[in-house]
Design a protein around this ligand. Sequence first.
Ligand SMILES: C[S@@+](CC[C@H](N)C(=O)[O-])C[C@H]1O[C@@H](n2cnc3c(N)ncnc32)[C@H](O)[C@@H]1O
Length: 351
Amino acid sequence: MDDGLVKKIRRKGTVTSAFGTPGRINHDSSKFYNSRLYEGLETEKRVDYIENQLNPSVLNKILCKSSVKMDELPDNSIHMMVTSPPYNVGKVYDRNLSLGEYRLLLKAVFSEVHRVLVPGGRACVNVANLGRKPYIPLHSYIIEDMLDIGYLMRGEIIWNKASSASPSTAWGSWLSAANPTLRDIHEYILVFCKQTFTRKTPTLRQNTISKNEFLEFSKSVWTFPAESARKVGHPAPFPIELPYRLIQFYTFKDEVILDPFVGSGSTCIAALKAKRFYVGYDIDKRYVDLAEDRIKEFPQLNSSTTFENMDQSNLKQGHSFLRENEVAYRKKIKPKAKNIKHKGMGNKKKK
Ligand SMILES: C[S@@+](CC[C@H](N)C(=O)[O-])C[C@H]1O[C@@H](n2cnc3c(N)ncnc32)[C@H](O)[C@@H]1O
């Protein structure tokens, strides 16, 4: 594009065009959003920002119970959920539910998550589809149910596991059009939010994402290897990279990340790595123990770079630095009233 045209577009800004546009500069998309395509669709609401304080006793804890009821968590107290639900495919923790019962279980948990998320809080669901005859598009059912609960959808990420996908030989009919089958080398990460698309905060909060991470994580296809179930000791762990990217992209430092199906604790480790807090739930005590062991072993726990001001003497006391950070966290966000209501507060850029 020549400089003259760029300057002209910059001055005027682009608008949604019937034939697309060469770029998006000061783009005015009102024509698109006012079109009949959006008629009847749930859109964002004007809501006050509310952030209730979590009881410190659940901060950086994994609770061994079903996440269908998370009574320990007040409404509007969690900044993001990252999870991968049980797949109901006969793994040791699966309960052989019918598709209808399975959807009801996930819907109950994700409704509870909706209650505890702050306005604008994000919910990210990692899911793979199942079977072939016929193919069960779980991701599509989950989208339907999340919209039904009242979530707004922000987008979906295709996780390309190609480099690590097991060399499946389920070809169907080899070299024949009779009944060839697709060999999935991808999973989905479905991204939703509560009530509004923009996150507000009661106090100035820090972004921790680097420019290179932002350029990479804002793409809708992510490529990195899967995690080895055998190595981790859980039937279906996701790699720490998955929650780490979501946490960096969608939350601020020191915020609280929830995983209602925590398994081996990958989300918790990613939260610590990104200097956030976590709360996890799992019904199976063995996985709670496994997650706690993995968190303890997480290399950064033994590195003074995990939290900038960590005292070396705390290293010997295992998790004591977490308690210190909990105290700092409480001091930092402890509201005077029972909850904080902030009208129209945004985030100022960190200078
Ligand atoms: C797919 S795994 C999660 C794996 C996890 N992302 C990781 O990296 O290890 C699902 C987990 O949900 C747990 N689970 C199943 N039903 C549950 C429920 N109602 N409440 C809490 N956890 C549940 C299972 O025990 C299992 O560990």
